[in-house]
Design a protein around this ligand. Structure first.
Ligand code: FAD
Ligand code: DLZ
Ligand code: SF4
Length: 532
C-alpha cells in the first residue's frame, strides 16, 4: 500500500477521520514525522450507515487521498487504507485495531468526532485497545464545546442571536470597540430581495476532477450504484488550495451581492450568490476563522457592503457555531423528541423528484445533480413541506443526512430537528417556520410554471402548501395556539367558519392520503399526475 511503512515500533498513531482534514487539527499539532504514523481509512460502514449521496462519498474519499499525499510530501509516514484494499475490515474500529497491530504504537491520538455515533465508538476504543487512547478537543471551531455548554447551562430554549452577539464580542469580528460596526448587529431587513427578471447570477467555480478524483468517482460508481445522486458534474474543491481558491472566488464574485439575494430561489440556478463552501469547511479544508476574516477584510477594504459581510459572517460565526454547540450540549436526548408527534412516511418523491409540485421537483432534482441546495430551498421548500405534511422527524433527518455533500450529523440534526421540524419543542426556534405557497411565490419563479395554482386556496388545483399550512395549524392547535409568535395566524383561523375548516381538512386528507400511497413505492414505478 503506497506510503505505508514496514512494521516497526512507532511513536504515536494519529487517526484522522475523513472530516478532519486540516494540518493543524488537534490530533496532528505535535506530530513527530520521525516517529509517528498518521492513519486515514476509507471504510464501508461510514459510507453506508446512511446511503450517502454518491458525490458526498467521492468528495470525502478524494479529499482524504489528497490530504494523505500532502502529508507524505512533508515527509510524514501515512498509513492510508483504501476501500478496496484486501483485508479492509470495513469499520473504524476494525481498521484502528489492524493499524495498532501493524505499527505497535505507544499510544493513539484522535480528535473528537463530529457525530455522537462515532463519539460512542471512540469511548469503546479507550476501553478495548490495550494502549492509551487520547481523544483531543476539536479545534476546528471558534467556540469550544465547554464554552457553549457554559453559555447554554440548563436553559430550555437557546437563541442564536444572543449567542451570536457574544461571539462577535469575543472574537472582535465586525466590532468597533464594544459596539458592532454600523451600529447594528444584524442587517437582515436589507436581505430579502427576489431576483429581478432575467438576472444572470455568476458561474459556479468549477474544479474539474483530477486523476485522484476520477479514480474515486469510478470506485463510488462501482461500489455504491444504488445510492442517491449523480456523479456527473462533480465540481467540489477537494484540496486546501482549491478550497482557498473557492473562497477567493466567492469573496470577489458573490459576497458583494450575497445578502441581497440570500433568500431568493430561481429555477435552473441552484447556486445563485451562495458560497458553496460548506463541504470544504465541514471536512476541514478551510477554517471558519479564515473564512470570516476574508469576508471582514473585503468589507474593510470597501469591496463588500456591510449587510453582505455581516449576513455572511453571521452564518459562520453565529449559525454554524451555534448548531454545533447545541448538538453537543443536548445530545443524545435531542434526537429523540417529536414535539409535534409527526408520524407520516417520507414521500417517495423526495428521492425521485417526480412530483407535480414544481418547487419541490426543482429542489430535489438539483440536489440529486449537485448534492447541494441552498439554505432557503432546504428550509422553505423541502423542509417546510415535511413540517406541514407531518413527516416523521427521523425519516426527514435521514434524508437530509444522505443528500447533501456538507451533511454531518452535528450540523444536519439541529437544522432539521430543531429549525425545520420544531421536533425539539422550541429549544432552537421560537416558532415553526410553517408557510403557505405565498412565501415560495414571493421568493422564486417556481410557481409560474407549476401545475398547481398558488393563488387558489381550495380544491384539487390549489397549491398544496396553501391548505397544508392551515391544516398544520389546525392539527397542532393545542400545542401551538398559545405561542405569541403565532398569534396572528391563529386569530385568522379563529375567524374561519366550520365550512372553511372542513374544506381545508378535506383537501389535506385527499392530498396526504395520496402521498401515503406513494410513500414507499420504488423509484421509477410511479407516474405521478395531478390528483383528480
Ligand atoms: P451559504 O448560504 O453561502 O452560507 C455560508 C456558510 O454559512 C455555509 O457554508 C455554512 O458553513 C454556514 N451556514 C449557514 N447557515 C447555516 C446553518 N443554519 N447551520 C450551520 N451552518 C450554516 N449546513 C451544513 O453544513 N450541513 C448540513 O447538513 C446542513 N443541513 C441543513 C438542513 C436544513 C434543513 C437547513 C435549513 C439548513 C442546513 N444547513 C446545513 C445549513 C445551510 O443550509 C448550509 O450550510 C448551506 O446551504 C451550505 O451552502 P453554502 O456553503 O453555499 O452556504
Ligand atoms: C461520511 C464519511 C464517509 C462516507 N466515509 C468515511 C470514511 O470512509 N472514512 C472516514 O474517516 N470518514 C468517512 N466519513 C466521515 C465520517 O463519517 C465522519 O468522520 C464522522 O461522521 C464524524 O463523526
Ligand atoms: Fe410550489 Fe405551490 Fe408554487 Fe407549485 S404553486 S411551485 S407547489 S408553492
Amino acid at each position: 500500500m503506497a506510503g505505508r511503512r514496514a512494521a516497526r515500533a512507532a511513536g504515536t498513531l494519529r487517526f484522522v477521520l475523513g472530516d478532519q482534514l486540516h494540518r493543524r487539527v488537534s490530533s496532528l499539532t505535535d506530530l513527530d514525522p520521525d516517529r509517528d504514523v498518521v492513519l486515514l481509512v476509507e471504510v464501508e460502514a461510514e459510507a453506508t450507515y446512511v446511503r450517502h449521496h454518491k458525490q458526498k462519498i467521492a468528495f470525502l474519499f478524494s479529499a482524504m487521498r489528497h490530504f494523505a499525499d500532502e502529508l507524505r510530501a512533508e515527509g510524514v509516514a501515512v498509513d492510508y487504507v483504501r476501500l478496496d484494499d484486501a483485508g479492509n475490515s470495513g469499520s473504524f474500529t476494525g481498521e484502528l485495531e489492524r493499524a495498532v497491530a501493524r505499527h505497535r504504537p505507544d499510544r493513539v491520538v484522535v480528535t473528537e468526532p463530529g457525530e455522537w455515533r462515532v463519539h460512542e465508538m471512540m469511548q469503546g476504543w479507550r476501553d478495548d485497545l490495550a494502549l492509551p487512547v487520547e481523544i483531543r478537543d476539536d479545534n476546528r471551531f471558534l467556540c469550544p464545546r465547554a464554552e457553549f455548554a457554559a453559555w447554554a447551562g440548563d436553559r430550555r430554549s437557546l437563541r442564536m442571536e444572543t449567542f451570536y452577539r457574544g461571539m462577535r464580542r469575543r472574537t472582535g469580528f465586525l466590532m468597533e470597540g464594544a459596539e458592532p460596526v454600523g451600529g447594528q448587529w444584524n442587517f437582515d431587513a436589507e436581505n430579502r430581495r427576489r431576483l429581478p427578471k432575467g438576472h444572470v447570477p455568476p458561474r459556479r467555480p468549477g474544479f474539474a476532477p483530477d486523476a485522484i478524483t476520477r479514480a474515486v468517482i469510478d470506485l463510488v460508481a462501482a461500489r455504491f450504484p444504488d445510492h442517491f445522486g449523480d456523479l456527473d458534474g462533480f465540481a467540489w474543491p477537494v484540496t486546501r488550495s482549491d478550497a482557498l481558491e473557492a473562497l477567493r472566488h466567492f469573496v470577489a464574485e458573490c459576497l458583494p451581492t450575497f445578502g441581497d439575494y440570500q433568500d431568493a430561489m430561481q429555477a435552473g440556478a441552484p447556486f445563485l450568490y451562495h458560497a458553496l463552501l460548506a463541504p470544504a469547511l465541514n471536512a476541514g479544508l478551510l477554517t471558519p476563522e479564515e473564512v470570516c476574516r476574508a469576508a471582514e477584510r473585503a468589507y474593510r477594504e470597501g469591496s463588500v457592503p456591510l449587510n453582505c459581510a455581516e449576513g455572511f459572517i453571521r452564518q459562520i460565526l453565529g449559525w454554524r457555531e451555534y448548531v454545533r454547540g447545541l448538538y453537543w450540549a443536548r445530545m443524545p436526548d435531542y434526537a429523540r423528541t417529536n414535539a409535534l408527534r409527526a408520524t407520516r412516511d417520507l414521500p417517495w418523491f423526495y428521492w425521485s423528484g417526480e412530483t407535480p409540485m414544481n418547487c419541490l421537483a426543482h429542489v430535489i432534482r438539483d440536489t440529486r445533480a449537485h448534492a447541494y441546495a441552498h439554505h432557503i430551498q432546504r428550509l422553505m421548500v423541502t423542509g417546510n413541506f415535511a413540517l406541514i405534511a407531518g413527516i416523521e422527524p427521523a425519516q426527514v433527518e435521514e434524508w437530509y443526512l444522505v443528500v447533501f455533500a456538507d451533511a454531518f450529523e452535528w450540523v444536519e440534526l439541529p437544522n432539521v430537528h430543531g429549525m425545520v421540524l420544531w421536533a425539539d419543542g422550541g429549544v432552537m426556534g421560537s416558532k415553526p417556520y410553517a408557510a403557505s405557497g405565498a412565501y415560495i411565490d414571493r421568493m422564486s419563479d417556481y410557481c409560474g410554471s407549476c401545475a398547481y395554482d398558488v393563488k387558489r386556496k381550495a380544491g384539487p388545483r390549489a397549491c398544496p402548501f396553501n391548505y397544508l399550512y392551515w391544516n398544520f395549524l389546525i392539527e397542532n392547535e393545542d400545542r401551538l395556539s398559545g405561542n405569541p409568535r403565532l398569534a396572528m395566524p391563529y386569530r385568522t383561523l379563529a375567524k374561519m367558519d366550520a365550512r372553511r375548516r372542513g374544506e381545508i381538512a378535506a383537501d389535506a386528507a385527499r392530498f396526504l392520503d395520496g402521498l401515503s400511497a406513494q410513500a414507499r413505492a420504488p423509484e421509477g414505478q410511479l407516474a405521478l399526475g395531478l390528483e383528480p
